[in-house]
Design a protein around this ligand. Structure first.
Ligand code: DGL
Length: 267
């Protein structure tokens, strides 16, 4: 049995493309519909009520494309509005649970760092999930809101001085906590992975939340006999600035092809 309907993926902006990249790697025959709410990014500085409302609208948009699964490729939505995702009516995957599980499996000393947006860290989502799996773990969260606009604006190269300074400023406290595992709890952050890894001198295991979510999506589809073996089409929708999305998506997805991107409005 198979299911040829697309997988729906959404994020507040471009960060969710890090999950799409992983999905394409491990599920190349799946059709994907992506929505990036570039007109309303960032979500991470907003109230839980607003994040919940945006998440509902994003999911409704994807459901109109008859998706078989929704992936919230956004640490903020996964943390602040998990109930909206869970009640969406199709299989749903967040980025918190799969990454928390991976971190719990990976740590040797039980000391785990989490970086994310303000809303993500405030929610305690990663910490709570890790404690369910590993009650004795020490979890240290740091909100890193300024890293999001750096990524959205393309300032993430390994030699970018501003990116290096921002990473140092946010991570210096964590470096002293003797963590051996760090969850990149925002889907924008894997783009900064080389900068982060350099600052941490390659000594700490970095968990890519989008990659962990993609693996969970494959597990669920496989268990439900709902994989697609003959697709591979991708459609991208944004709520603002389709041109800059087309340019940056090449970097995020590591392709040289211009993706098919359309502008949508919820107004
Ligand atoms: N994509 C969001 C996340 O993963 C970060 C950007 C934002 O604040 O909206 O948390």
């Amino acid at each position: 049995m198979s299911d040829a309907r697309p997988i729906g993926v959404f994020d507040s902006g471009l960060g969710g493309l890090t999950a799409v990249k992983e999905l394409i790697k491990i599920l190349p025959n799946e059709d994907i519909v992506y929505f990036g709410d570039t007109g309303r990014v960032p979500y991470g500085t907003r109230s839980f009520e607003t994040i919940e409302r945006y998440a509902k609208e994003d999911i409704q948009f994807l459901l109109r494309h008859d998706v078989k699964m929704v992936i919230a490729a956004c640490g903020t939505v996964s943390s602040a509005a998990p109930h909206v995702l869970a009640g969406c009516g199709v299989d749903a995957v967040d980025v918190v649970s799969p990454a928390a599980m991976k971190a719990a499996q990976s740590t040797k000393n039980g000391r785990i760092g989490v970086i994310g947006t303000q809303a993500t860290i405030k929610s305690g989502s990663f910490k709570n999930k890790i404690h369910e799996l590993m009650p004795g773990a020490q979890v240290f969260g740091v909100a890193c809101p300024m890293l999001v606009p750096l990524v959205e604006n393309g300032w993430f190269g390994i030699d970018d001085e501003i990116a290096a300074l921002a990473v140092e400023r946010y991570l210096c406290g964590l470096k002293e906590k003797n963590i051996d595992t760090l969850i990149l709890g925002c889907t924008h952050f894997p783009i900064l992975q080389p900068v982060i890894d350099r600052y941490l001198e390659g000594k700490i295991t970095l968990i890519n939340t989008g990659a962990a979510a993609a693996l969970r999506a494959r597990e669920i589809l496989s268990a439900n006999s709902a994989l697609n073996d003959s697709g591979g089409a991708r459609k991208f929708f944004v709520s603002d600035s389709a041109e800059s999305f087309a340019r940056l998506s090449q970097i995020f997805l590591s392709t040289d092809t211009h993706e098919d991107v359309s502008l949508v409005s919820f107004g």
